[in-house]
Every structure is written in C-alpha cells, then in structure tokens.
Design a protein around this ligand. Structure first.
Ligand code: FBP
Length: 346
C-alpha cells in the first residue's frame, strides 16, 4: 500500500513556492477546476443510470445540438468558479457571449475559458470525453471583466489543462513549468500525481485525423497526410492511424505515446472546426510544455491573436517533428503554387 502520495493540492503548492510574489489565487482557482471536474466525473460515471444521456433539446452558438451532459458540465464549472472572488469573467463553448460574474459576488484577476464537455458525440456511446480549460490574467484594470480579458493570444495563458474521463479520470495541466498528469483515485477522491513532467516523443507512432474529410482538404494537406502514412516519396516512417473523435482523448494518447492530431480546414469548415480559445490554445500550451508543438498548419497556435470568442482554427498538434513535417509539406506546396508562405514554427 503506497503511503506517500502527491496530491494535486500539494503539487500546486510546491510549484507556487517558486514564486514568492504568488498570492495563492491561481492555485486556488486550479483547485476549484479540479473539484468541478470531480463532480463532472461522478455524473459521467453514472450517466447511463440517471437521465443525463442524450440531447438537451436546443442548439449552442456553434449550431451544435447541446447534449444534457454539455449543459450539466457547463453549470457545474460556472457554479464552482463564480462565487470564489478569483474570477473576473468566463467564456464557455456552450454560452454565446462572455459570462459575467454575478453582481452579488466579488471579482478577481483571472479570466477563465472552458469547453465543459469535449467530444460530445461520444457521450452516449460511452467513449472517452473531456473538459478543457484556459486561464488568463485580466488586462482590464478594474470592475467586472470584459471581452478584452478573454481575447488574448495563447502565449499569454497563465495556466491551461484538460481532464479526460476515460478508463480512469486524468487531469493534465501546466502553469508554464512543464506539463503534469494526475489520476483521480476514486477510493479517496483525490487527484494524485501519476505523470510528472510529461515529455512527448519528438517523432510519433500515431496520426489522428478524420479521414472521411480527405476529399474536402486542399491538395497540400492531402499530400501531408499521405506523407504521415509513408505513402509519398518524401514521407515519414509510416504511422498507425488512431481516431476517437474526442480532441482530449486523441491528444492525450499522442501526448503520452507520441503522435500527431490534425483537424485541418476543409471545404465544409474553411476556418477548421475546433475553437481557438478553449480547445486549440490550451492544448497548444500543454503540447509545447511537453516539448511538442502546435500550429494551424503553418503558424504557431499560441501566437494567434483572437478576434472573437468562438473563432475556429485549423489545428495540427503533437510530436514536434511530425508537426514540423506537415508545416514543411504545406510550405513547399505553397512555394510551388506561388501562394503565401509563413515563417517556420520555432
Ligand atoms: P465538442 O464536442 O466540444 O464540440 O468538440 C469538438 C469535437 O468533438 C472534438 O472533440 C473532436 O476532435 C472533433 O469535434 C470531432 O469532429 P468530427 O466528428 O468532425 O471528426
């Protein structure tokens, strides 16, 4: 029986100790999110037994059918954050506009964005789903938070992470001091350190993409994906295909085992499908902290300056050399066709 464990609370405090000026507000905010995810995990574990599977009967701002668990997870996170005095404003995939802190509560210095339940199409079939979060220090000086506090480039994040509700429940986060994984021990209800200082392999084993969209990609992207399969003369060593259809689950596999996840732009989603602020940016922060990288195909995701809460972006993320291979393939295609060429990913 293991008698010495590192809880997420202890780990966050140890990290905080490195910053004498730290007030503990960010640490407490990370606890709040860990608590919310425990409540969501408990609901998901019993989903088939209580009436929370299926559609909620209305659509979100993305035009997607909201699932009951989307709505429940959204409420749980907002209720875990709004009264703490640590948050000035929130942004959620499930809410059209920014979410102000109710007037009866004090405001704090952090803006929090989240995808309450990622991989909604997998809920009813009991496949892995997740929660994604991103935290910024506010830029507005005082009072209730505003859009300017959430419309910040990913490189300004002070923390980001995700929770995966899979065979076990895991929380992976970063505050810019590496990426660290915690597993929820259901016997004591605590997140315990299980994956310290995650480093993703430079070259991956897997490629993860919805190939049913292949015909809707441009020629350059088709060539790049063929290259990941080793089907082109300049291709990489052939990779194995894995695609769950939950960004969190596909990203997590590739983070641990090495691989690349792609959701390119296509004729149906010319800006890509995934959202910059509460899907791409937080995952990009983690990927880079684990020595991986993330682009929109060509440009570093963390450098993209957002203009709207729900803006979408193409996403290519994971093992550094795999992401670099795709960027090189797209750049060469662009140079051949005389199209725009952006700077190599650092
Ligand atoms: P939401 O479920 O939060 O809307 O996320 C979008 C998502 O489900 C990602 O998790 C996943 O990577 C992608 O869409 C799957 O899309 P598709 O079904 O087109 O492959």
């Amino acid at each position: 029986m293991q008698t010495s464990v590192t809880t997420i609370e202890r780990f966050i405090l140890d990290q905080e100790d490195r910053y004498p000026e730290a007030t503990g507000e960010l640490s407490n905010l990370l606890y709040d999110i860990a608590l919310a995810s425990k409540i969501i995990a408990a609901a998901i574990r019993r989903a088939g037994l209580v009436n929370i599977l299926g559609g909620a009967g209305h659509r979100n701002v993305q035009g997607e059918d909201q699932q009951k668990l989307d709505v429940l997870a959204n409420e749980i996170i907002q209720n875990s954050l709004k009264h703490t005095g640590r948050v000035c404003v929130m942004g959620s995939e499930e809410d059209d506009d920014i979410i102000p802190v109710p007037p009866e509560y004090g405001v704090g210095k952090y803006a929090v964005l989240f995808d309450p339940l990622d991989g909604s199409s997998n809920i009813d079939v009991n496949a892995a789903v997740g929660t994604i979060f991103s935290i910024y220090r506010r830029v507005s000086m005082e009072g209730r938070g505003r859009s300017v506090d959430v419309l910040q480039p990913g490189c300004k994040q002070v923390a980001a992470g995700y929770v995966m509700y899979g065979s076990s429940t895991m929380l992976v986060y970063t505050t810019g001091q590496g990426a660290h994984g915690f597993t929820l021990d259901p016997t004591i209800g605590e997140f315990l350190l299980s994956h310290p200082q995650i480093v993703t392999p430079r070259v991956g084993t897997y490629y993860s993409v919805n190939e049913s969209n292949f015909g809707r990609w441009d020629k350059a992207m088709q060539h790049a994906v063929r290259g990941l399969k080793g089907d082109t003369p300049d291709g990489m060593k052939p990779k194995n295909s894995r695609y769950i259809g939950s960004l969190v689950a596909d990203f997590h596999r590739n983070l641990i085992a090495g691989g690349i996840f792609l959701y390119p732009a296509d004729t149906r989603n010319p800006q890509g499908k995934l959202r910059l602020l509460y899907e791409a940016s937080p995952m990009a922060f983690i990927a880079e902290q684990a020595e991986g990288s993330a682009t929109d195909g060509l440009n570093r995701i963390l450098d993209i300056v957002p203009h709207s809460l729900h803006q979408r972006t193409p996403l290519v993320i994971g093992s550094r050399e795999d992401v670099g291979f795709v960027a090189d393939a797209l750049r060469h295609a662009a140079s051949r066709s005389g199209g725009p060429i952006s700077q190599p990913v650092p």
